[in-house]
Ligand binder design. Structure first.
Ligand SMILES: O=P(O)(O)OC[C@H]1O[C@H](OP(=O)(O)OP(=O)(O)O)[C@H](O)[C@@H]1O
Length: 180
């Protein structure tokens, strides 16, 4: 029997999911992890990720969309507050920091926005960056610049899944293939 290229089975904290794999250009099929809309998987991953958070972390930094519920749950369980970068400028932002992400997993460039008052919350703090998935590492690099520009100290990167980025020292629950 041929292997099923359209799904990839993962297990996180006893929760099993058949991830769909999406054809991307000519690179093959990319596994798609979605935490939004899946509280059971989100809670299981958040619980397991607690052990990955570097000691001394004072605040978490993440980015919408998929990593947001995950970070919320980690924050709720650990008591560590968090700050969220956006992918759109909002009219109510005050002196936001702006950072380009070179290219994302699916080849679409992105601009990240960190509202000024949220950037101020990172100042002088030991910061850990939380992501759902690290792939190229472009998003992680942009978030790193936010920490630096805000005057925080980066302690490390944690992610539910590392999808092939060996360049960054990411603490992840699992490694996923970049493509099938
Ligand atoms: O390491 P990178 O190559 O930068 O890719 C990782 C990013 O890609 C995904 O975001 P996506 O673009 O799917 O956006 P979403 O979370 O808003 O759905 C994922 O949520 C990470 O934030």
């Amino acid at each position: 029997m041929l292997p099923d290229m359209e799904h990839l089975t993962i297990t996180v904290g006893g929760v099993v999911r058949e991830l769909p794999t999406i054809p991307v250009g000519n690179v093959g099929r990319v596994p798609l992890v979605e935490f939004i809309g899946d509280s059971e998987l989100t809670n299981a991953a958040a619980q397991e990720m607690l052990a990955l958070i570097p000691a001394g972390t004072e605040i978490l930094l993440t980015v919408v969309t998929n990593a947001l519920p995950l970070t919320h749950e980690i924050s709720d369980r650990s008591g560590i507050p968090y700050v969220v970068a956006r992918k759109k400028r909002r009219t109510y932002m005050q002196d936001p920091l702006i950072q380009q992400v070179p290219t994302l997993t699916l080849g679409v460039g992105e601009t990240l926005w960190l509202d000024g008052p949220h950037a101020a919350r990172l100042r002088g703090k030991r910061v850990t960056i939380v992501q759902d998935v690290v792939s190229s590492g472009g998003t992680a690099q942009a978030l790193t610049r936010f920490v630096e520009r805000s005057g925080g100290t980066l302690l490390g990167y944690v992610a539910a899944f590392n999808q092939g980025s060996a360049a960054l020292p990411v603490r992840a629950l699992q490694t996923l293939p970049q493509h099938l």
